[in-house]
Write a protein that binds this ligand. Structure first.
Ligand code: CTP
Length: 437
């Protein structure tokens, strides 16, 4: 076999419970022949299809099946941390669903959570399962989480059916893994070149991006490592009296998923929000209610920030004189006098030095035109314009129909995306913007 980039690497091969598990033995053999050290983790269902002993014999290492009771006291962290590459072949619909939801109920699912290595899923299942919308939704989720996917091919399936769902051939999975591994190695090399380069030396944006990764933190691998990012989320509430407020329909989901994605990519994240939707360990959480409180929380932190993402729906007006008691209906209330709030983002645009500013525009019509105007008038680097007032996009939904409006006047139509996918695209833009600074 010609020399492979995988020589000397440590590969963890996961095997889930499908009939295609038999092909995992051939794949394992290809990795071993390429000079990689391979450890195999089988789910209990996989053991119904193929014996762990097969892999022990092929690799020279005992195959792993148990989270508890094995001689290794913490097998999941050792396997996850030591892997240079984690490949799951076959990945079944069940394993995909568990990975999409971050479940950790057996050794393999724990290893998936305990690794920072690139992860490859080679999928295999029956056509009906593959075509289920829930399976496709889980697939979009794991892709958004950074897992590389080898989709199943069309061919003969178990039981004599023919259709899509067949595990890719071991040679194809092997070649795909070599490709992923080469990319990672190039990134690491660019990283060390980038960090050693003279200040005046020209660098490609890829080198610059990976250099940031080195500078930011040696512990956290991510293209936003070491960056200070402030995200706002939710709709502000402007008091009318002691019990009533003027509010809006923003749920806060978009800001929360952006905060989670930035954290995953190594940033120090501050979330200034009017609601708490999820616990995000590691995120500094600042709870506010009104536009004024949000403005104070953002302005006081702005100087130390590299990036601000204003995903909150901030009220443009507030009642001029909110009553500190409950207003009684007998007293009558025909008018509420409103006064404008501070435009937080516009103020940041006027004050910004090197910060990267991202705004949102929730629009019911002329989405791109309004978005393009706001990116200019608020001096932003990026504006995410999204459609509201329809069932699958905007407030409270899991998806958004969005466009990127950039400072250079360009507009990119992103189509309908899960908010998690949109958060990945936004963080990609931020990372790219950072490496150009
Ligand atoms: N924004 C802000 N402070 C405000 C109002 C809005 O920081 N008082 C921010 C929002 O968080 C968002 C961006 O500005 O990132 C655009 O908000 P949007 O409500 O779409 O636009 P407005 O400027 O308020 O204009 P209009 O409501 O007329 O569309």
């Amino acid at each position: 076999m010609p020399d492979s980039v995988l020589r000397g690497s440590h590969i963890v091969l996961g095997v889930a419970g499908g009939v295609a598990a038999y092909k995992a033995a051939s794949l394992c053999r290809l990795f071993v022949k390429a000079g990689a050290e391979v450890e195999v983790v089988l789910t209990l269902e996989a053991c119904e299809f193929i014996r762990p002993l097969t892999f022990t014999a092929l690799t020279g290492f005992p195959a792993h099946t148990q989270l508890f009771g094995a001689s290794d006291p913490v097998p999941h962290t050792r396997l996850g941390q030591s892997a240079d590459l984690l490949v799951v072949a076959p990945t079944t619909a069940h394993l995909l669903a568990r990975a999409a939801h971050g479940l950790a109920d057996d050794l393999l699912s724990n290893v998936l959570l305990a690794t920072r290595a690139p992860v490859v899923f080679a999928l295999a299942m029956h056509t009906e399962m593959w075509e289920q919308s829930v399976v496709q939704r889980n697939l979009r989720q794991v892709r958004a989480d950074g897992i590389k996917v080898i989709e199943p091919g069309v061919g003969e399936l178990v039981g004599g059916d023919v259709g899509s769902g067949r595990l890719a051939e071991p040679e194809k999975i092997f070649a795909f893994c070599e490709g992923i591994f080469s990319e990672e190695t190039e990134k690491k090399q660019a990283c060390s070149k980038g960090s050693n380069a003279d200040a005046g030396e020209e660098r490609t944006s890829a080198q610059a991006a990976t250099a940031l990764l080195c500078r930011g933190s040696s512990e956290v691998a991510g293209d936003l490592a070491g960056r200070n990012i402030l995200v706002t989320a939710g709709g502000t509430r402007e008091p009318v009296d002691a019990v009533r407020f003027l509010g809006n329909r923003s749920s806060g989901k978009m800001g929360h998923v952006i905060a989670g994605e930035a954290l995953r990519r190594g940033a120090h994240v501050t979330l200034v929000a009017t609601c708490v939707l999820a616990s995000l360990p590691g995120v500094e959480f600042v709870r506010v209610e009104t536009a004024e409180e949000m403005a104070a929380a953002v302005f006081s932190r702005f100087a130390e920030m590299d990036v601000v993402v204003m995903a909150a729906a901030v009220a443009d007006f507030r009642p001029a004189a909110p009553a500190d008691r409950k207003l009684k209906k007998e007293a009558g209330l025909s008018r509420i006098e409103l006064v404008p709030t501070v435009d937080i983002l516009k103020t940041l645009g006027e004050r910004k030095k090197t910060q990267f500013l991202v705004g949102f525009a929730a629009e019911t019509e002329q989405v791109c035109e309004n978005g393009a105007k706001k990116v200019r008038s608020k001096n932003l680097d990026l504006l995410v314009a999204n459609l509201v007032g329809v069932t699958d996009s905007g407030f409270g939904t899991d998806t958004n129909r969005a466009w990127f409006c950039s400072a250079d006047g360009s507009v990119q139509d992103l189509g309908l995306l899960l908010k998690t996918e949109l958060s990945v695209r936004i963080c990609d833009r931020i990372a790219d913007g950072m490496c150009r600074r």
